[in-house]
Design a protein around this ligand. Structure first.
Ligand code: NDP
Length: 327
């Protein structure tokens, strides 16, 4: 038996509770992992609260990421005792995820715990930090370089935003953080932001073309914010778009694309090919100071996940939330 947060559908509502589950219910996958830590991402909060239909089948164990130790394996690459990490691949959406003491998954979806990181530190980074690195790498593949000008990060106090600031500042960019919580300015500056602006400057409908302000941007927010970011990128600039905290819509015009040649780079962390995952995690392990990782994260027990999920969607949580599934 093992403990898991289980989501069940009752009268069209999602019911979430910690339950003791028989290991025999873990069916799909050639690797059984003893989970040490999982995390609470924005998507997990949507799944747990049932606010958006993230979960495809019920009952479901949520948790889009986890770090742990292999207990059983018939996969060629992994053996018992190996430390592993999983991000995405439908965990917590189409098959049981990481908010549990055990998970059975396909070994093709696992990567070795990056060298230099503990399981707890890997989950402090989690899908959010890994997505922030994918965004930085997408911008650099586009050709963005530190000398080009300011780089904007929206949703700055969130998990992706916090890590995007730290990663870009460490790489030499002048980072401008956009937030709705200006009281957190000292924290954002400590992470590496050179300037902090209020998100209200970006969140209302704006003109299709605006003053060129940003060489590049990481956008966690979508909607009018992303439209305004596109409209205020430098000629040839780029935005790595990964989130929808303001909304899934994109009320933009083609003007910035056809008149300034700007690029909208979509970033998905769930089904990214393995090589790109390994590269992102290797960069995280080599570039991010342990102190920065710890600074961004707080820790909760499995039983607290439901309450914190609600607060996360209210924008009351800052940085990353690690879940100790064994407490
Ligand atoms: P968090 O909840 O930690 O952070 C989201 C942040 O967005 C908040 O902290 C807040 O920052 C800002 N925000 C919240 N509501 C609004 C609003 N109405 N208008 C403008 N800003 C708002 O989430 P994550 O950092 O984990 O994820 C950020 C986004 O990226 C989410 O939409 C998530 O689904 C997405 N995501 C996508 C991935 C992918 O594969 N593409 C992977 C991981 C995340 P502040 O208080 O500073 O304003």
């Amino acid at each position: 038996m093992f403990n898991a947060l289980l989501l069940e559908k009752e009268d069209d509502r999602t019911k979430a509770s910690v339950q003791s589950i028989d290991e025999a219910r873990l069916v799909d996958g050639d690797v059984l992992v003893r989970v040490e830590y999982s995390t609470l991402n924005y998507k997990d909060a949507l799944a747990i609260t049932g606010k958006v239909p993230v979960v495809r089948t019920f009952p479901m164990v949520p948790g889009i990421d986890f770090a742990g130790v292999v207990e059983e394996s018939s996969h060629a690459e992994f053996k018992p005792g190996d430390s592993v990490v999983l991000n995405g691949w439908g965990a917590g959406e189409t098959h049981w995820g990481g908010l549990a003491q055990k998970a059975r998954v396909s070994g093709d979806h696992l990567i070795p715990l990056p060298e230099g990181l503990t399981a707890r530190q890997a989950m402090a980074v989690g899908t959010a930090g890994y997505t922030a690195m994918l965004c930085a790498q997408a911008l650099e593949r586009h050709g963005t370089a530190p000398g080009d000008g300011d780089v904007l990060v929206t949703g700055a106090n969130g998990g992706v935003g916090s890590f995007a600031i730290a990663i870009l500042a460490r790489r030499g960019y002048r980072v401008v953080a956009s937030t709705g919580r200006s009281s957190e300015e000292p924290r954002l500056r400590e992470l590496g932001a050179a300037e902090v602006i209020d998100r209200s400057a970006l969140s209302a409908p704006g003109k299709p073309l605006q003053k060129e302000r940003w060489a590049a941007a990481v956008d966690c927010v979508g909607s009018h914010t992303l439209a305004n970011v596109c409209a205020s990128l430098h000629y040839g600039g780029a935005v790595a778009a990964c989130g929808l905290a303001q909304g899934m819509d994109l009320p933009a015009s083609v003007a910035p694309f056809i008149l300034r040649g700007v690029a909208l780079l979509g970033v998905d962390s769930v089904y990214v090919p393995r090589e790109r995952r390994l590269r992102a995690w290797a960069s995280i392990a080599s570039e991010l100071a342990v102190q920065t990782i710890e600074q961004v994260a707080s820790e909760i027990a499995l039983g607290e996940a439901v309450d914190v999920a609600g607060r996360l969607l209210q924008g009351e949580v800052k940085g990353r939330v690690i879940v100790d599934v064994n407490r």
